[in-house]
Write a protein that binds this ligand. Structure first.
Ligand SMILES: Cc1cc2nc3c(=O)[nH]c(=O)nc-3n(C[C@H](O)[C@H](O)[C@H](O)COP(=O)(O)O)c2cc1C
Length: 203
């Protein structure tokens, strides 16, 4: 049975979506069965209309299925991504995560391997605080929080041991360095979730 990986993200202007796709690709390359999912947009239309890049993304991004609770229960490993919003994850991602109380109460999220990623427009604008705040939820689940670390020489270059990230200063789109780091994060998530799942299934 292949390792099951769920990648869930929110993205307003497309950067986190690209990071999520790279992470999903890394997990698939490692042999995992991967579900790539987004979450519902809850911002009012006028907020979206005030940002041409947000508006364009809402209108032109390829359709991606919305994550369900079944996706989360199905997964052995889980990656959550969001743009940094005032130093933390976007409410759209948090809203999805806040629907997991029922699964949490039944212990269904225990021992899933979980990791986070983000993008911000500035280098010191909260990349780490967003990853750490997202990971806080995983501690409550009893999940196994997976850092990216410096587990590959490439990560010395991309430089975020907390989780894959990208600085989108001046509206830059994720570059090859960042995408490679996310790919490696997906590889690692699939590998470690596979070890844990094999142990659980093997009894
Ligand atoms: C409401 C709002 C809050 C933001 N807060 C921060 C922030 O705290 N630090 C930062 O560096 N960038 C911040 N940004 C910029 C986004 O994190 C950045 O543009 C990111 O790359 C967008 O990702 P996306 O294309 O996936 O939506 C903010 C953007 C918005 C719209």
């Amino acid at each position: 049975m292949s390792t099951r990986i769920l990648v869930v993200y929110y993205s307003a202007t497309g950067n986190t979506a690209k990071l999520a796709a790279a992470l999903a690709g890394g997990a698939a390359e490692a042999g995992a069965e991967v579900r790539l999912r987004t979450v519902a947009e809850t911002a009012p239309a006028e907020a979206i209309a005030s940002n041409p890049r947000w508006q364009a993304h809402v209108h032109s991004a390829p359709a991606v299925e919305l994550a369900t609770l079944d996706d989360l229960e199905w997964a052995d490993g889980f990656a959550a991504g969001s743009p940094t919003r005032f130093g933390g994850p976007a409410s759209q991602l948090k809203s999805y995560l806040d629907t997991t109380g029922g699964l949490w109460a039944k212990g269904r999220l225990v021992n899933k391997v979980a990791t986070s990623f983000t993008t911000s427009s500035t280098a010191h604008g909260g990349l780490e605080s967003t990853v750490l705040a997202t990971n806080n939820i995983f501690y409550h689940w009893g999940a196994i929080v997976l850092p990216l670390g410096y587990t590959d020489p490439h990560l010395m270059e991309s430089g975020n041991p907390y989780g894959g990230s990208f600085v989108s200063r001046k509206s830059a789109a994720p570059d090859e360095t960042a995408l490679r780091a996310l790919h490696l994060q997906g590889n690692r998530l699939a590998q470690i979730a596979g070890y844990v799942a094999a142990g659980i299934r093997g009894g």
